[in-house]
Design a protein around this ligand. Sequence first.
Ligand code: NAD
Length: 500
Amino acid sequence: MRDINHFIGGESFTGASGRFSDVFNPNTGEVQARVQLATDSEMDRAIQSSQVAFESWSQVNPQRRARVMFEYKRLIEANMQELAEMLSAEHGKVVADSKGDIQRGLEVVEFACGIPHVLKGEYTWGAGPGIDVYSMRQPLGVVAGITPFNFPAMIPMWMFGMAIAVGNTFILKPSERDPSVPVRLAELMMEAGAPAGVLNVVHGDKSAVDAILTHPQVHAVSFVGSSDIANYVYQLGAANGKRVQAMGGAKNHGIVLPDADLDQVVKDLSGAAFGSAGERCMALPVVVPVGKKTADELRERMVAEMATLQVGVSTDAAAHYGPVVTAAHKARVEGWIDQGVKEGAELVVDGRGFTLQGHENGFFVGPSLFDKVTPDMESYKEEIFGPVLQIVRAASFEEALELPSKHQYGNGVAIFTQNGRAARDFAARVNVGMVGINVPIPVPVAYHSFGGWKRSAFGDTNQYGMEGLKFWTKVKTVTARWPDSDLEHVDSSFVIPTMA
Ligand code: NAD
């Protein structure tokens, strides 16, 4: 059995906990490797290594740090195929989709190549007589990222791309389900010229997460995963004096107004609901057609579109999507389909019991479609995170607007229409963090920022872009006085100084 090691101080590190987690091949159902789960002292070792690296890395000038990022970009591109295949083999998403996963992370690295420009502080000359004020953004120290299984390349790069470029050193605790790509990403960071300890990877479960959240030398923690754990991470990290941002689950709605181009909507929905087997926090698992005519037509076309979908192994270039990540997750998704039936939703296409010939033990789930789902159903309220699309019919624009606005999650939402005024009104009023207008998966580009609302995010700073810059740095503001002459003295003042 192959063991997946930690990566500490620039080299592979074999842990001694004796605790492991199985890594499956989702195409076959077999265990293909086991990943080590760290002890507290192994986590401490990684943090000490990053602490030592911080002393010098934080003093490297921004242009030189940017050069490491430029070289890192080149190396990721040169290794794209190998990384994508490695990712697909553990996650189960098809290789083309894995390349998209890597590419979206790489775009944050590209943004980080411009760090010398965005790190420049603010300056006010002459804020008072002989007084200038300037600010600088300084790195925090050792910081950490805890990431989910569904984007094992993109989400780590969202975090460490920015955090390292501004001068921090980084501990990555990736998902134990697909840990190989994160290790490879760290090896490439060293190859790009980052000193040992700038990026360490420590595998583990709850106990490794707790070790990060309670360690006095970790100054900030970025988390992405499910909402209950995100909330836990936020609470425990904040109670331990850390800066924390914690992104959680999602249930994104696609609103379809009667004037939408339904042929295009069906294509968009198909990719956004079933791509990556629905295991995306920006998937569109709920569609809200406005009016009976729109709903009936959409349902009919969706059923026809779904009949063309090909489910296959992750290496099958013709497959639209592959297996889900584990047998437990397959059972969970199918359990939610059972629940929907029990609650009285109409199961139009049933993906349960799907098997792929030659891969009968793989974790495949067929595409499923529910109609007449209502907001009181548990299967509507909770995240399914599988290839299941739910139709919730709305009688009016206002009713459609209310559904995502009142849902416990507020990650993304999309509206499909040709009416610019309705779209504009919707975007302004909907109670959700990221909005697409005729864009089914509105993940913001790297120079904007990513973040949901309500139970989709705890903490108040988004991922990457200028928000990422703020999260990973602290501001120091200097007020300096250079009197005109040695003779000019100011009398002691016992009132708060003003520039009046
Ligand atoms: P998860 O919450 O199970 O795991 C996320 C991380 O937390 C992993 O590193 C895991 O090892 C760790 N963890 C697991 N159990 C823990 C515990 N009890 N205490 C502390 N840490 C623990 O999430 P997942 O299944 O890997 O990923 C899917 C979830 O992530 C979905 O809910 C999805 O919506 C969400 N997600 C959100 C975003 C976003 O940006 N909002 C992006 C991607 C995924």
